[in-house]
Design a protein around this ligand. Structure first.
Ligand SMILES: [Zn+2]
Length: 92
């Protein structure tokens, strides 16, 4: 009996995933999965200037933030490589 309920769980999980994948196709406006977050970070080196001066933190680094089942998730997008990339990645 335990196996059956586990399979049922798995099936409903797959249905949910399929729903998530299909939704953006049906509604083009739902394509936007999250918003881009810009972040400046401290590094692991205690001697680095970033620990003494908050203005000298490293970055910017970009993350895509989205909500999945009520939880915030962050996907690392990468570091800005040029002003163009930066402009393109900041949501206006
Ligand atoms: Zn540093």
């Amino acid at each position: 009996m335990e196996k059956v309920s586990r399979w049922r769980q798995r099936i409903s999980q797959l249905r949910r995933i399929r729903g998530l994948l299909e939704n953006p196709l049906r509604k083009p406006k739902a394509m936007r999965v999250g918003s881009v977050v810009r972040q400046y970070m401290f590094c692991g080196k205690p001697s680095c200037v970033c620990h003494r001066d908050a203005q000298k933190k490293h970055g910017p680094y970009y993350y895509l933030s989205s909500k999945e089942e009520g939880k915030s998730r962050y996907k690392y997008l990468g570091r800005a490589t040029s002003p163009e990339v930066e402009r393109a990645q900041i949501p206006s």
